[in-house]
Design a protein around this ligand. Structure first.
Ligand code: CMP
Length: 138
């Protein structure tokens, strides 16, 4: 069993898509073993996305990610990182396969509905950013 960090981004939360997106995870066999709704400060968003700090989109991304409530969650299952990336689709909704979350609900490469960890090592860091061990019940 593997864990991955998922974020339902402000665009999708504001459209009331939390349950719809969660059902995609559950239908694919991933379990939501921790979940919370919160709003990041700009500083927290900057820290979370620090790996992208040299990229041109960094400031805009951090502003967007702190613009409204998000749902942070831990998904658990066999090959959870890869499975979640498959369910999400590629970063740019315009290039994502039909039936993926980003294709169906994303508006743009920035407002792309969800974030998911890109590896098991990143997942550990990202899960620890949002959750302590008492909050994750497998
Ligand atoms: P996410 O999986 O949250 O990881 C970094 C985010 O940066 C990405 O999804 C996109 O929403 C956002 N982003 C904005 N512009 C770009 C870009 N040109 N290339 C990649 N990611 C981008």
């Amino acid at each position: 069993m593997e864990r991955t960090l998922s974020i339902i981004k402000p665009d999708a939360v504001s459209k009331n898509l939390t349950g719809t997106i969660n059902s995609r995870f559950e239908q694919a066999g991933l379990r939501i073993v921790a979940q919370k709704r919160l709003q990041l400060s700009i500083k927290q968003a900057e820290e979370f996305y620090e790996v992208h700090k040299e990229r041109t989109f960094y400031d805009s991304l951090c502003e967007f990610m702190s613009s409204g409530p998000i749902i942070a969650q831990v998904l658990c299952g066999e090959d959870a990182v890869a499975k979640n990336r498959e369910i999400m689709g590629v970063t740019n909704p315009a290039n994502a396969e039909i039936g993926t979350i980003r294709r169906d609900f994303g508006e743009s490469i920035e407002r792309n509905a969800v974030h998911g960890s890109d590896s098991s090592a990143t997942a550990k860091i990202e899960v620890d950013f949002f959750f302590n061990r008492l909050e994750i019940i497998e």
